[in-house]
Write a protein that binds this ligand. Structure first.
Ligand SMILES: Cc1ncc(COP(=O)(O)O)c(C=O)c1O
Length: 307
């Protein structure tokens, strides 16, 4: 089979329902409900300096998402850990981004019953790519409060990691239209939730706040909460109203794809001094320091024989 020219430049290794292969050659069956119905869950993990950050936490969360969608896989947590490690080992990448995906699978002919599908595991490792480019990391991101609302958790439990991303994607496009880099999406009653692949924190008078509900509970968000506790900085996990972002001293986002990144403009106006603030800077620094902590990082042995 010839490789699609758009994929020819893609680097990485995939695990497709039992088989390892170059990422550029990995494909899905067209009848896969993960593709046709967004009937799928996933987790995104990163590798830094040859170590996988918080692997067990990611796998626990992935398994909780699978259970939340009434799916199951014939792999233990250890076997899933071995698969993502093996994908990464085969790439040789020291800094990488790993996707773990569980799909519903293909419905047998003549039925639409999702219970009859064999759920499938896909995984792949690619080079690391950040949400923010170098200039944005240095100077901060420009954020808007989007008109597009986040799909409510009453309709779709946002703690289950999902690909119902059209609200996030339309809000991202709205951000570009409004000369900004990223959106934060509100609920119907004006509380903020999250953006296209990240959680949001604000700081006012030395106190942090982040939404409690309506969004995905990021592992980076969890790490930020732990860092704030270690710094004895109070962090309120509560409903955060959109208006609060107007008066914030600092805003920052948290995500596997880049860690902690300051937001220096909100709805066209500077946040605080208009430069990354001291809390965002300090938490960013401590976040990367945690990548040296043996308890949080799984070392990849790049020399072992392939599985
Ligand atoms: C919608 C959404 N919110 C938040 C996050 C941040 O989660 P994490 O810190 O685990 O990357 C993600 C990550 O992909 C996401 O997709």
């Amino acid at each position: 089979m010839s490789i699609d020219p758009e994929l020819a430049a893609v680097q990485g290794v995939a695990f497709v329902d039992g088989t390892y292969m170059p990422l550029a050659e990995a494909t899905l069956p067209l009848l896969e409900r993960g593709f046709l119905r967004s009937d799928v869950t996933y987790d995104a993990i990163h590798v830094w300096n040859g170590k996988i950050f918080r692997l067990q936490d990611h796998i626990e969360r992935f398994q909780a998402s699978i259970a939340g969608l009434k799916m199951s896989l014939p792999y233990s947590a250890q076997e899933i850990a071995d698969i993502v490690t093996e994908c990464t080992r085969r790439t040789g990448f020291r800094d990488a981004f790993i996707m773990l995906i569980c799909t519903r699978g293909v419905t047998p002919p003549g039925t639409r019953d999702p219970r009859l599908c064999r759920n499938r595991l896909y995984a792949y490792t690619q080079p690391f790519a950040r949400i923010a480019n170098d200039a944005q990391q240095r100077d901060g991101l420009r954020m808007i409060l989007s008109h597009t609302q986040r799909i409510p958790s009453a309709a779709l439990d946002q703690r289950i990691k999902n690909f119902h991303w059209l609200d996030l994607t339309m809000a991202q496009l709205e951000a570009y239209d409004r000369d900004a880099d990223i959106p934060v999406l509100p609920t119907a009653d004006g509380a903020i939730t999250e953006g296209s692949g990240f959680n949001v924190f604000i700081a006012r008078n030395g106190v942090l706040a982040t939404p409690a509900t309506g969004m995905f509970e990021g592992i980076t968000r969890r790490t930020v909460l732990e860092i704030a506790a270690s710094l004895q900085v109070q962090c309120e996990v509560r409903a955060v109203k959109g208006e609060e972002l107007d008066g914030a001293d600092e805003i920052f986002i948290s995500s596997t794809a880049g860690g902690v990144t300051a937001v220096t403009q909100f709805n066209g106006k500077p946040v605080g001094s208009g430069k990354p603030g001291p809390l965002a800077n300090r938490i960013h620094e401590l976040y990367w320091q945690r990548h040296q902590d043996d308890a949080l990082n799984t070392v990849i042995d790049y020399t072992t024989e392939p599985v």
